[in-house]
Design a protein around this ligand. Structure first.
Ligand SMILES: *Cc1c(COP(=O)(O)O)cnc(C)c1O
Length: 417
């Protein structure tokens, strides 16, 4: 069987890597990704089985590894400029895998407070069940620094937070984490699998993301992934360092963090990505750059047009100069500032009842332009003060811009207003 798992085989640019990585050459090879529908893989001998199970972490049982999923992982590693990736079943599974890979009971997380709702839930509802606590603060280096504790093992932030568009200063947050042997984990869902931003190149240690959004891109599949680079140092984290000769660091060396993420997310907890999903996501990645480039251009044009519109209130888009994180965005998102913006309309209910091109749906990164009313849906259970802090008011509309024609989108918004 062809080995797909060699992301370093060719130093391709993003555009080439997106379509060429992990596609084998040869007579009769499929030109796209083959789907390996399998629960288990065969061995010829007892010795082979033992070798693959205990030494190679090879193909054995499909909760652990699958060739289709491996090929997707190789592609994600290449696109994020990382060293290794584990693909999991959802973005939520990626968040849990990332944090548990460096935290155990008694440990602490510092996070930027402007987060996807599911991430806030993970930090404040689920991790405490395992004895891990989190402090959520404003996403500036000063506020993050002030929240650090001796037991803080990870700083967490979103690249282009949802929906307020915060853009963390990755290098500054990495310095704060590294000064005490912690790691910086960036949720790069809106950084679009390295197309808009590659957090590892700015100093982050872990890239976690939902593949449901821009990677899949067509509202047809769910997935998540965790990618690590080569420069992280976990030697001051007892999870890796304790145990003398049998410590994870001693046994796994440089691959220790990546090994633990696969062991947690796939082997042990079983949040394994299905091969059919891996196929759809890998296919989505082939056009991700084209889609995100166009969506960013359209989103900026719409944001400028909405800002000048007499019937529209405050417009928030990190590509606009009046956004508080605009300078960070210009520094770290030179190819575009993404597809998500928010704006205020006089009567959200009337507006949403009239749209004919835009669609109401709680997803991001779809090829179709999707809108939601965060106050009553995505942020409906968030306390009111926190909703306002996140830039969500009773009249806010969140929009994830698709690949449709700019003029058609403007005409639809105009008639709906
Ligand atoms: C959607 C999303 C998630 C969760 O991903 P799922 O695939 O829905 O589990 C995590 N982080 C961000 C920024 C998201 O937008």
């Amino acid at each position: 069987m062809t080995d797909h798992a060699d992301p370093t085989a060719a130093p391709w640019t993003y555009e080439t890597a997106a379509v060429q990585t992990a596609i084998p050459r040869g007579l009769g090879e499929t030109i796209g990704f083959p789907i390996h529908a399998a629960a288990a893989f065969q061995f010829d001998t007892l010795e082979q089985a033992q070798e693959e199970f205990q030494v190679n972490d090879g193909l054995s049982y499909a909760r652990l590894q699958n060739p289709t999923v491996r090929a997707l992982e190789a592609r994600l590693t290449a696109l994020e400029g990382g060293a290794a990736t584990v693909a999991v079943s959802t973005g939520q599974a990626a968040t849990l895998t990332s944090i548990l890979s460096v935290c155990r009971a008694g440990d602490h997380v510092v996070s930027a407070a402007s987060l996807f709702g599911g991430s806030t839930g993970m930090l404040t509802n689920i991790l405490p069940l395992m004895g891990i606590t989190a402090t959520l603060v404003d996403g500036t280096p000063e506020a993050i620094q002030a929240a650090m504790q001796p037991n803080t093992r990870v700083i967490w932030a979103e690249m282009i937070s949802n929906p307020s568009g915060d853009v963390p200063d990755i290098a500054a947050l990495a310095d704060i984490a590294h000064a005490q042997g912690a790691v910086l984990a960036i949720d790069n869902t809106c950084g679009s699998v390295g197309y808009l931003c590659r957090p590892l190149e700015h100093g982050a240690d872990i890239v976690s993301q939902s593949l449901t959004k821009w990677a899949g891109g067509h509202g047809s599949v769910m997935g998540g992934s965790v990618t690590v680079g080569t420069r992280h140092d976990v030697s001051r984290n007892p999870i890796f360092a304790d145990g003398g000769a049998s410590s994870i660091l001693n046994v796994r060396g440089e691959a220790a963090l990546a090994w633990r993420q696969r062991w947690l997310g796939a082997h042990q907890i079983g949040m394994t990505l299905a091969p059919h999903s891996a196929f759809l996501i890998a296919q989505g990645l082939e056009t991700l750059g084209l889609r995100v480039q166009r969506e960013s251009v359209t989103a900026l044009a719409l944001a400028q047009w909405l800002q000048a519109h007499p019937k529209v209130g405050k417009v928030s888009y990190v590509g606009l100069p009046d956004h508080r994180f605009h300078a960070n965005a210009m520094k770290q998102l030179p190819r575009g500032q993404g597809a998500v913006l928010t704006f205020e309309v006089p009567d959200p209910s009337a507006f949403l009842s009239r749209i004919r091109v835009l669609r109401i749906a709680p997803n991001l990164g779809d090829v179709r332009t999707l809108v939601v009313h965060p106050w009553t849906t995505t942020h409906g259970r968030v306390p009111e003060a926190a909703r306002y802090a996140a830039g969500v008011t009773p009249t806010t509309i969140r929009m994830s811009v698709g690949v449709e024609d700019l003029g058609d989108l403007q005409a639809d918004i105009e008639q709906a207003l």
